[in-house]
Write a protein that binds this ligand. Structure first.
Ligand SMILES: NC(=O)c1ccc[n+]([C@@H]2O[C@H](COP(=O)([O-])OP(=O)(O)OC[C@H]3O[C@@H](n4cnc5c(N)ncnc54)[C@H](OP(=O)(O)O)[C@@H]3O)[C@@H](O)[C@H]2O)c1
Length: 375
């Protein structure tokens, strides 16, 4: 089957997604190879940290290697120049009789950016930066790009709400607002991240497990970060659902300095600023624990704190066709002083999920600071 360059790059993006949740701190990368006449030849992706990169994964499935002569490779990220857990892809490709390599995004790591391209050009290959699909390519690699560009974990915030923006009734009941299809999708989203974060309110109210029941992630370690400034969760933790499904060390309890916690849990002591945690200071500590992406699944207090502190890179709002009236609105602890300071979503996608809709997009904040509290 013949493919256009755009169809090949789109297929490479779809391939790359298959590694979601398994490659951290590496990027998701996909690759498609077309023969000299642009017929589909092979595809591959980076499936797991330490395993083959997308380019070599695709090359492995080419049985008739004579068809690589004059072939065209489409890869979502510039081929790597350096030796790590795997040999340099650019050096491997330089030994092959390919005609061209088209890559989606340059490697953002300043130490390697452009060097992969140089190696390929020096070997006589045509190297092209793909001009289209930049939003899709950025989205595929968004966790890695944030890690590289800002040196901090990527933060996703999830909300399950009614049509009128409520995440719970006035009495706190919230199970379940959204449909089974939405909740199934959330199980996968948890698995796509390195850790789930919640607040003390959700811990006390819901006794959640916050693991992923998506079978792909049955063996994946998924720590929970629990914001518990005064240690109000400590007494209930031993019998909690959180500890039934993960070892104690994978509960990261975040408290003010000096709070006594359960032995075995990972204790992160953090000073408060104006009565709340500085969430940027918190996430900057997480890479040391192997956490490069965080999935925030909490109540209005925590979700509002992340928005107020402008620490939300992607928002997932699951909206059910229900009206719940005055309950707990997910932005009830957030005040925006002017319309210019509204938080906006860019590259918004709306997907039907059962009877619900999922709204997801990159979060854009105004440059002005939002007020800390409603007073
Ligand atoms: N529909 C949904 O998507 C969804 C998801 C999760 C939860 N919920 C519902 O939401 C309700 C709970 O909401 P909530 O707002 O009460 O609780 P929450 O956001 O889960 O947790 C709030 C608590 O977390 C701590 N916290 C959060 N951010 C902090 C910060 N920046 N600095 C310091 N501490 C911080 C505080 O603990 P202290 O209280 O110790 O100060 C705060 O009271 C429950 O009814 C639950 O069912 C709904």
């Amino acid at each position: 089957m013949k493919l256009t360059p755009k169809a090949a790059m789109l297929a490479a993006i779809e391939e790359g997604k298959k590694g979601s949740g398994f490659v951290s701190p590496n990027p998701l990368v996909g690759c498609v190879i077309l023969d000299r006449d642009y017929n589909f030849l092979a595809k591959g992706y980076h499936a797991r940290l330490g395993e083959l990169h997308a380019e070599t994964h695709a090359l492995k499935s080419v049985t008739d290697t004579s068809r690589l002569k004059g072939a065209h490779m489409y890869v979502t990220l510039e081929p790597c120049a350096h030796e790590g857990r795997q040999p340099s892809c650019a050096k491997t490709l330089a030994t092959l009789p390919l005609k061209s390599v088209t890559y989606g995004l340059p490697d953002p790591n300043p130490k390697v950016s452009g060097r992969g391209v140089e190696i390929l050009r020096a070997a006589g290959l045509e190297v092209v930066r793909f001009a289209e699909l930049q939003n899709e390519l950025e989205e595929l690699a968004e966790i890695f790009l944030m890690n590289m560009r800002e040196g901090r974990p990527f933060v996703s915030v999830k909300v399950a709400s009614s049509l009128d923006g409520q995440v719970a009734l006035a009495d706190g009941s919230s199970q379940w607002i959204t449909s089974e299809a939405s909740r199934g999708h959330v199980q996968s989203l948890r698995g796509f991240h390195d850790a789930v974060l919640t607040g003390a309110g959700t811990f006390h109210g819901d006794n959640p497990r916050l693991n992923s029941r998506d079978s792909r992630f049955a063996d994946k370690r998924l720590p929970v970060i629990l914001l518990d400034p005064d240690g109000s969760c400590v007494a209930a933790l031993p019998g909690s659902a959180l500890l039934q499904v993960r070892p104690a060390a994978d509960v990261f309890l975040v408290t003010k300095p000096g709070v006594k916690v359960l032995s075995g849990v990972t204790h992160i002591e953090l000073s408060m600023r104006d009565g709340e945690f500085d969430l940027r200071a918190l996430v900057s500590l997480l890479p040391a624990y192997g956490v490069h992406s965080v999935f925030v699944e909490a109540g209005a207090t925590t979700v509002s704190a992340f928005l107020r502190q402008r620490l939300c890179d992607r928002l997932y709002v699951f909206m059910a066709p229900k009206i719940l009236g005055k309950g707990l609105g997910w932005t009830s602890a957030l005040q925006i002083p002017s319309l210019e300071q509204a938080v906006r979503l860019e590259n918004l996608r709306v997907e039907p999920l059962g009877e619900d809709f999922l709204f997801t997009g990159r979060t854009i904040f105004s440059t002005r600071t939002l007020p800390k509290s409603l007073g």
